[in-house]
Design a protein around this ligand. Structure first.
Ligand SMILES: *Cc1c(COP(=O)(O)O)cnc(C)c1O
Length: 376
């Protein structure tokens, strides 16, 4: 059996181990220390945002963002429906209700029209949403100017879930910095990794200070342990942050590599007009193409998303259907949803192809052979 080709696996740059070793040698084996501070600085500098808190996961980062915005029991929070469940789960942690918003065709992300319909309808029903979580799927920027202007009009703060979109930009501005708060993930499958981790960013210093306080068990300023808030254990380890510092040095290289893989697939599949790609609508959108995502339209050959997936699997190559929309998930079936059929259609036809920046030439030719075997 051929070795497995993963959808996306960790790709070290080389300097990670030196940062980890320094943590070990200086005994900074804790959820604080020089690597945590250094990693936060790197993230701020890269994204041109003024404050960052390195946390234990992207999910924890979304949870703290909701707490900072005052989301409580029975509140409503708008959220992209076409996403991974971790975007929406923290809304439930707070006892609040997600209100799902469908996608538009161009970027596959939150549809500004559906967003406005949702806001007006929720207000008419008696409750203005407390916040809006916008996702940049597979690294593709959402239509942030329109989304920010609609949310601004109704004074609804935005949390940008840029877990998949570190390094992507819109009109030259990095994703994660458009919202009141932004989050990144450094899980093992993301464009760069700390093995597990996340970050919360904002230009609001007070919020990030409060996030750090809540993430370290919310200890009041006293010599004994005193608490006037419920706290969390959400801080990033200094060892993990060491990996992150090494990874930040190669982030731009990883973006270039993922974009080159995306281009390689486009050239390979150009002759098959029933295969369409998630594509930047124009030059103002710069995706990191974390994953190359395609749809397989109806065709005479009878080829489907599923036949491609199974064909790849036969050669031990991992591919994955697009995210199943949250409004179709059993866990969220009671949540209000403003839908237009777009994400359901994409889910039925869509597939993510292996996109790891560390794929070898040999792995690439295995993928190409497997795809050509089925398609030609
Ligand atoms: C990965 C991911 C998350 C969660 O990040 P973790 O670090 O795994 O907790 C949230 N939202 C999206 C869109 C993701 O892809």
């Amino acid at each position: 059996m051929n070795s497995k080709i993963y959808l996306s696996s960790p790709h070290m740059g080389g300097k990670e181990f030196a940062f980890m070793k320094e943590a070990y040698d200086t005994n900074w084996i804790a959820p604080l220390g020089p690597n945590v501070n250094g990693f936060e600085k790197d993230i701020c500098k890269y994204n041109m945002v003024s404050r960052c808190a390195a946390l234990s996961s992207g999910t924890a980062s979304i949870h703290l963002a909701l707490i900072l915005l005052g989301v409580e029991r029975d509140d409503e929070v708008l959220c992209s429906s076409f996403t991974f469940s971790a975007s929406a789960n923290p809304i439930r942690y707070q006892g609040a209700t997600p209100v799902f918003v469908d996608s538009e065709r161009e970027t596959w992300n939150m549809c500004p029209k559906q967003l406005e319909i949702a806001i007006m309808d929720r207000i008419a029903k008696g409750k203005k949403p407390k916040a809006c979580i916008v996702v940049h799927l597979y690294g593709m920027p959402a239509k942030m100017h329109e989304i920010c202007s609609i949310c601004g009009e109704y004074d609804i703060p935005i949390i940008e879930d840029a877990a998949e979109a570190l390094g992507a930009s819109y009109h030259g501005q990095k994703m994660g910095t458009f919202g009141d708060l932004g989050i990144y993930s450094f899980n093992g499958n993301k464009i760069i990794t700390t093995s597990g981790g996340g970050a919360l960013v904002s230009n609001n210093e007070e919020w990030i200070n409060k996030a750090r306080f809540l993430a370290t068990q919310a200890r009041d300023d006293a010599p004994h342990y005193q608490h006037s808030h419920i706290g969390y254990n959400y801080r990033m380890s200094n060892i993990c942050a060491g990996i992150g510092r090494g990874q930040m040095q190669v982030l731009d290289e990883r973006v270039s590599q993922r974009r080159a893989i995306n281009q390689w697939y486009r050239e390979m599949l150009a002759d098959f007009d029933f295969i369409k790609f998630q594509t930047e609508p124009n030059a103002n959108y710069y995706s990191n193409y974390w994953l190359t995502a395609i749809t397989v339209e109806q065709n005479k050959k009878g080829i489907t998303r599923e036949s491609i997936r199974l064909d790849l699997l036969e050669d031990n190559i991992e591919s994955r259907p697009l995210w199943k929309p949250m409004h179709m998930q059993p866990i969220f079936q009671d949540a209000p949803a403003y839908t237009n059929g777009v994400s359901e259609d994409l889910f039925a036809k869509g597939l993510c192809l292996p996109s790891g920046s560390n794929m070898t030439e040999q792995e690439r030719s295995r993928i190409e052979s497997a795809l050509m075997r089925l398609l030609s």
